[in-house]
Ligand binder design. Structure first.
Ligand code: NAD
Length: 356
């Protein structure tokens, strides 16, 4: 197949890790006979430096014209003193909005060779861990009405949590579709004992569940879900939740795996379009030093092949190559515990590409 890819290398380690992800993608092209036409565009701090705007219109246009977007990371201390609205990270919110990316998919899985990196006891994780957090990304309190007002206790600020039935139905369908291809279990997380918006959420998720009789649905309150994630994370398959709860729970789930440099993510729009990026930031402390772990970005390419292009065998090939390289004992500095072979960003990327 032929497809168009917008590539945003971004700041910090972004260029280091995207380079390796593209190396792996080229290996997939060679081996499976595909062609991805890649176009580089700017976003984040490098775009501020080049054109004075963290998300230039050209970037939006190229991304919209592409079939998928691959992103490294944006931000860094150089731009930290800019006012909030002008900081590089605003590019991410802008991209989500402009590209209609309403569903954020964050897998939290433990690679057998790295089980020791988890902060949880080995017996809690026996048999591995494979959770997919499906977070609503364009609604809820982060995008609701906000403002300030006077109250008897002094000036107050507020942010409104609001969800429409359509927004909930849309994200619930994504979660059930994913569960059908996995272990057929959805856990919907809300705060329906307190919030009206959560009661609507729960009612609509239950309605959607009727169209998926082969998938089991459970509901959990968010406080219980946060506890269950560290008590018994293996009970979860797909977790679906709102923007703010998903923000927090997906970080918690990723910490359980113990290796931030290993975890990919996808943000999907209606249809097959998606933006793919590692869950970590631009790690300015190790940028340009051949120390960053490129695996999260490489696994983001696997997600892209699977979700946007429907290329399951190619995605499997990348994931198996990552497992093989870990099993050989190759470790970037973030994973190195004294055993195995310490390698840099480029050697890790080359080894994964070679294992495909
Ligand atoms: P971070 O994820 O960049 O780094 C946290 C720690 O993890 C650092 O010690 C870093 O060296 C390490 N780390 C991260 N990715 C790694 C990798 N692939 N390999 C090895 N080690 C890795 O988070 P931070 O330090 O809070 O943020 C740095 C910058 O990134 C900030 O400007 C922040 O706003 C931005 N950020 C961007 C995104 C994004 O682009 N999606 C996400 C989060 C943070």
């Amino acid at each position: 197949m032929e497809a168009k890819l917008a590539v945003i290398r971004g700041d910090g380690i972004g260029p280091d890790i995207v380079e390796q992800a593209l190396l792996v993608l080229h290996k997939i092209e060679e081996k499976f006979g595909h062609k991805f036409h890649c176009q580089d565009v700017l976003a984040g701090g490098c775009a501020i430096d080049a054109v004075g705007n963290c998300l230039p219109q050209e970037t939006i246009d190229v991304c919209k014209a592409a079939d998928a977007v691959l992103l490294g990371a944006v931000g860094g201390p150089k731009w930290d003193t800019l006012p909030g609205g002008e900081r590089p990270e605003r590019a991410l919110l802008g991209l989500r909005k402009e590209l209609g990316l309403f569903a954020n998919l964050r897998p939290a899985m433990i690679f057998e060779a790295l089980a020791g990196a988890s902060p949880l006891k080995a017996e809690i994780l026996e048999g591995g861990l494979d959770i997919l957090v499906v977070r609503e990304l364009t609604g809820g309190i982060y995008f609701g009405e906000r403002g300030t007002k006077d109250t008897p206790m002094g000036p107050a600020a507020y942010d409104v949590e609001q969800y429409s039935e359509g927004e909930v139905r849309r994200i619930a369908k994504v979660a059930f579709d994913m569960a059908q291809k996995r272990n057929k279990h959805v856990t919907s997380v809300d705060k329906a004992n307190v919030l009206d918006s959560s009661r609507l959420w729960r009612r609509i998720v239950a309605e959607v569940a009727k169209d998926y009789p082969d998938v089991t649905l459970d509901n959990l309150y968010v406080d219980n879900a946060a506890m269950q994630l560290v008590r018994n994370p293996r009970q979860f398959d797909v977790i679906v939740t709102s923007n703010i709860f998903g923000d927090i729970l997906s970080d918690e789930a990723s910490q359980i795996t113990g290796s931030i440099g290993m975890l990919p993510s996808a943000s999907l729009a209606v249809g097959n379009f998606g933006m793919y990026e590692p869950i970590h930031g631009s790690a300015p402390d190790i940028a340009g030093q051949d120390k960053a772990n490129p695996t999260a970005t490489i696994l983001s390419v696997a997600m892209m092949l699977r979700y946007t292009f429907g290329l399951g065998a190619e995605a499997d090939a990348i994931e198996n190559a990552v497992k093989a390289v870990l099993a050989q004992g190759l470790r970037t500095p973030d994973l190195f515990t004294g055993e195995g072979k310490l390698v840099g960003t480029q050697e890790m990327g080359a080894a994964i590409a070679a294992a495909i």
